[in-house]
Design a protein around this ligand. Structure first.
Ligand code: 13P
Ligand code: SF4
Length: 337
């Protein structure tokens, strides 16, 4: 166990008892506590709208590393809040619901990684940020979906690379960098469900639409095969992080865009370009962990200072190098507000 949560005994606010002015209360409490509220692009629209910054995991890590506030309230999943704590050990980091985990991060433990490393001595370990602090502590450099290719390119060509934990992101990075990677066979259950057949069906129903695909999706390979086979023009398909999707949304000339990722992303896309119709490839692509951060939980986080995220200082110290190496590399952040 590398991190623990302090729970306050105070009774939680029930969703049905949420005061009408909850957003004003959240903003007032954040000011009182000197807290900055960060929200991932997959959060509920109401959470995104009340946050100080909304972005992808790389952009939010960068903001967490540089904000002057005493406290960071992370509306996202646990590994994201842990990463903020690793980068800012002197700050108090809160997550409104510490049970907000990640099925992808759960596919590898530090023990499993140690055993994998022993099979490949001397290999460089590139870990997606969707991992626990203990796994990061065993890794050489982290990456997110927006900078994974740049991070892999930064590894000397004569070194073997262990890429973990997402197999679809790993395949995508192998494709775009041409590097031979050892890839951990993990997956996110939300993106695994957006398969090639689902994407083909959505494109057949909307043949004129642009297509944005998150590299964690199991349909990423199908999207590129369709483009290669001329079933859809190659310049209308993009495999991009959630931040990259926003960049594409701002510059698209299409009237409709099909989006293969978690449905929370649609909120920022629609705000970024209201002229365009953005539709989910799969409306069932809902991350149950991201949706645990409700307005009532956020209000209570600020009222009672919970759930606080703690990372074992030794683990944090070892994980920090991998996260900081990532932050120093890679593409520029895309953030809203
Ligand atoms: P991004 O790196 O695109 O923000 O994605 C994080 C994530 O959890 C995807 O499921
Ligand atoms: Fe984890 Fe998947 Fe949810 Fe992203 S969408 S936080 S990878 S479970």
């Amino acid at each position: 166990m590398t991190s623990t949560i302090t729970q306050d005994e105070a009774a939680p606010t029930r969703d049905e008892d949420l005061p009408a002015d909850w957003a004003e209360q959240v903003r007032a409490l954040a000011a009182e506590r000197d807290a900055v509220i960060l929200a991932h692009n997959y959060e509920l629209p109401a959470i995104q709208d009340v946050a100080d910054h909304v972005g992808d995991s790389l952009a939010l890590s960068r903001i967490a590393a540089r904000v002057p506030n005493a406290e960071i309230v992370f509306c996202g999943v646990h590994f994201m809040a842990e990463t903020a704590k690793i980068l800012s050990p002197g700050k108090r980091v809160l997550i409104p619901d510490a049970r907000a985990g990640c099925s992808l991060a759960d596919t590898i433990t530090a023990d499993q990684l140690r055993a994998w490393k022993a099979e490949h001595p001397g290999a460089v370990v590139v870990a997606y940020v969707n991992t626990s602090a203990a796994v990061k502590a065993e890794s050489d450099v982290c990456c997110t979906s927006s900078n994974a290719a740049d991070v892999v390119r930064s590894v000397p060509a004569d070194r073997q690379i262990l890429f973990l934990p997402d197999r679809h992101l790993g395949e995508h990075v192998r494709r775009v960098t041409g590097r031979d990677l050892w890839i951990w066979q993990g997956q996110c259950h939300v993106h695994e469900g957006i398969g090639g057949d689902v994407l083909r069906g959505a494109i057949a129903a909307d043949p004129g639409a642009d297509v944005l695909v998150h590299p964690e999706c199991s349909c990423a390979t199908a999207a590129l095969s369709m483009a290669a086979a001329g079933e859809i023009p190659a310049d209308r398909v993009r495999i991009v992080s959630t931040g990259g999707m926003l960049d594409e949304a701002r510059r698209t000339g299409a009237t409709k865009v099909l989006v293969a990722t978690e449905v929370g992303m649609l909120h920022q896309l629609r705000k970024a370009n209201p002229q365009v119709q953005f539709e989910a490839v799969s409306r069932g692509a809902v991350c149950p962990y991201m949706k645990m951060i409700t307005p009532a939980r956020l209000l209570d986080a600020l009222r009672f200072g919970r759930d606080e995220v703690h990372v074992d200082p030794d683990v944090a110290e070892r994980a920090r190098g991998a996260v900081e190496r990532m932050i120093a590399l890679g593409s520029s952040p895309t953030v809203s507000r």
